[in-house]
Design a protein around this ligand. Sequence first.
Ligand code: SF4
Length: 362
Amino acid sequence: MAFSRTQTVLERVFAADVPDRADIEYVLRLEDDRQVQVLFEFADRVRREYVGDGVLLRGIIEFSNFCRNTCAYCGLRAANHRLSRYRLTSEEIVAVAENIRLAGVKTIVLQSGEEDNLDADGLARIIEEIKSQLDVAVTLSVGERDREEYAMWKEAGADRYLLKIETSDPALYAELHPGMSFTNRIRCLGDLAELGYQTGSGNLIGLPGQSVESLIDDIVFFKKGDFDMISVSPFIPHAATPLAGVRAGDLQTTLKMIALTRIVSRNAHIPASTAVGSLSGGDARGRALAVGANVVMPNFTPMAFKPLYEIYPGKAGNDKMPDESMVHIERMVAALGRRIDLDKGHSLKSRSVLAPTMIRSQ
Ligand code: SF4
């Protein structure tokens, strides 16, 4: 009977140190709605048991859209000369951080493109100021940097770092990231874990050339990396990129990948990403929360700059003031019978010294 087979496979995936590739493939290829529902309910049970019913909030400040890279899927790529570039001042960044804290949110995510001329000392001073004035956790997401810079920002008080792998398939990675190196990305993730950051990875679903094998690799990568945070988002094509006109990733595969990620990672923090919310016309973040996600990331970037941080078009909530977004999120969470958790939401992993080694060995 298909239901019991699905249940048995899911139990094996959940229990395995490294899940069997055939089991992951079986789950990814599920098509019958009732069997997919078995997957979603299994993931939701794991979420409830390992991270609880609270939905954590992370307030994002997209403080600069300058980027030196040319990732094939991203509207911020250096080759997009039509995009007006901006960078918030230190005072503006700290003022937005204060607004986030006033809204009750206790994680500030400082995100930017991978700037060539990033002022690393200046960023360290901003982190110090935010950490000394506000009772918050700070997450950085500013790309591949030197170990020394990572160390300086950690010393300044940064708690977490997001550096998605996007795809763990080295060949596909090379195709989509001209001039970048998969090896260096892994080096960065290893450095971050060794330096004591709570480290986040993640992928994009529906990239052209991405096979089921690639998605299986991603799940194995997440399991072996033992990441504190994992973001699974759909690819959405941008008109000013080489992937303009390519079909977006589909919601169902994204939800299956979120569910599998919850099952293998157990207590990682997993966002219902804005990209998931942007995919379906309606806001599908509630669906992501129902299949394993436990984090939402309201965007506090000043309204004048939000349209310029266009990694992909049609970003959900770009037209909403932060307080409107917060009300929307509260309603969405309440409709699921869940509650907003205003804790800092640090990692639930009992940190293993093995993690950096595991990352580097991938
Ligand atoms: S994905 Fe990040 S590193 Fe790549 S082009 Fe966009 S902002 Fe730059």
